[in-house]
Design a protein around this ligand. Structure first.
Ligand SMILES: Cc1cc2nc3c(=O)[nH]c(=O)nc-3n(C[C@H](O)[C@H](O)[C@H](O)COP(=O)(O)OP(=O)(O)OC[C@H]3O[C@@H](n4cnc5c(N)ncnc54)[C@H](O)[C@@H]3O)c2cc1C
Length: 380
């Protein structure tokens, strides 16, 4: 058993961290105010090979492992978790197309996806179905040319901003086996968007409903086989959960680093506040929890890379554990900054707001426990 990163993995982490510090961190607050991320950033991200992190090399991707990808998301979220998490969603979609799409679809769309000229959104949630995703109602009727879509997707990260939407829609019976995945390009007649949602965090990312009104999608845009879409969506989420956890971890590390510096500078009762043992213990507890989170996350990623039978359970466990450890740490860091932690200039309150949603999306942390309990009970 070897817990150290290889030289190549360390180089990947360093490259992502340096890029984030140079090209994302200085602008993150402005993008949050603007409510959008400049599309030019994605072309730079694509040029680094981060637009298809675990798209196979034969399809033009970087062919990295899931463990390698978590390093990229941990490093980028040290600059801004909202930007890093958006990239995770794009990569989740890219991999679904690479793994399950036809040769024609891959040849047609993956070059743009990998270079990030084509930014992707993942459309599963609907107004009436979130955790119970298999209850989705957006209908895709067969036509001579392909499909006609009717329905609404809710909470879509990148809604009205992305260039294409990977959509889970109902082509058959009720339940998971009646769901298929369709690739819907921006500009398709019948595709429209709701107003931008006002959110607590992740404010740099546009979030909107995606609406289909007799939206005509060609048959060639079916991803994989009819009826297998829910399976693809869930497979995509295993890796997505690791990435979201990594985003919590990187942001929490940034908050801890800033807090260590701040506590050496801030004075109270005639000494710097890092001299109070009660506060030192809080720093120590954060370090312990974040290191445990890091180890657990990398183990879960390794399980997914190995195709281990319990990989889904480990991804769910890591997502719950790491996102909660991350949220707890950034909140503690805010407290250790006193009133200054509450001010935007110190950068901590944004992290508290951004990380909160990691406990809710890609499956809520309650649903993570449902998955773990289901595995435990089945293995009795
Ligand atoms: C900012 C943001 C961005 C998002 N981006 C996307 C996106 O890009 N694409 C996409 O498809 N979706 C996206 N989502 C949607 C997200 O995945 C859902 O909000 C999430 O899955 C929860 O669904 P829900 O909001 O309908 O809550 P509900 O499912 O209604 O859950 C409400 C509460 O009940 C709990 N609960 C539900 N069922 C159970 C159960 N069986 N056992 C125990 N507790 C349960 C939940 O944990 C939660 O606490 C996004 C959400 C947000 C907030």
């Amino acid at each position: 058993m070897d817990f150290s990163l290889s030289e190549e993995q360390t180089a990947i982490f360093d490259m992502a961290r340096d890029f984030g510090q140079e090209r994302i961190a200085p602008f993150a607050r402005q993008w949050e105010k603007d409510g959008t991320i400049p599309k030019e950033l994605w072309l730079e991200v694509g040029a680094l090979g981060f637009g298809g992190l675990y798209v196979s090399e034969s399809s033009g991707g970087s062919g990295l492992s899931r463990l390698d990808a978590t390093l990229v998301f941990e490093a980028l979220s040290m600059a801004c978790p909202s930007v890093a998490a958006f990239l995770s969603i794009h990569n989740m979609c890219a991999r679904m197309i690479d793994a399950f799409g036809s040769d024609d679809l891959k040849a047609r769309v993956l070059p743009g996806v990998v270079s990030m000229e084509t930014v992707l959104s993942y459309c599963l949630t609907e107004p009436g179905s979130g955790s119970d995703a298999a209850g989705l109602k957006t209908r895709a009727e067969r036509t001579n040319e392909g499909y006609s879509l009717n329905g609404t997707k809710a909470f879509i990260s990148g809604g009205s901003y992305s260039d294409a939407y990977v959509c889970m829609v109902r082509t058959g019976e009720d339940g998971p086996r009646g769901i298929s995945t369709l690739y819907v390009e921006d500009g398709t007649p019948g595709l429209s968007f709701g107003a931008l949602e006002e959110k607590m965090g992740w404010r740099a990312q546009p979030t909107a409903q995606v609406q289909f009104d007799d939206c005509k999608v060609p048959a060639e845009n079916l991803v994989g086989r009819e009826g297998d879409g829910f399976k693809y969506a869930m497979i995509g989420l295993d890796g997505g959960r690791l990435n979201i956890a990594a985003c919590s971890l990187g942001a929490a590390q940034t908050a801890l680093n800033a807090t260590l510096t701040y506590m050496g500078e801030r004075k109270a009762f005639g000494k710097s506040i890092d001299g109070f043992q009660g506060l030192q213990f809080r720093l120590a507890d954060m370090e312990i929890e974040l290191q445990a989170a890091r180890t657990f996350l990398r183990q879960a990623a390794w399980k997914l890379d190995q195709g281990a039978p319990d990989a889904t359970k480990y991804c769910a466990m890591a997502k719950k554990f790491v996102t909660e450890a991350g949220s707890k740490a950034v909140n503690q860091c805010l407290q250790l900054h006193g009133g200054y932690g509450y001010l935007a200039d110190y950068g901590i309150e944004k992290l508290v707001r951004d990380l909160r949603v990691h406990e809710i999306l890609e499956g809520t942390n309650e649903i993570m426990r449902v998955i773990v309990a289901r595995h435990l009970l089945a293995a009795r």
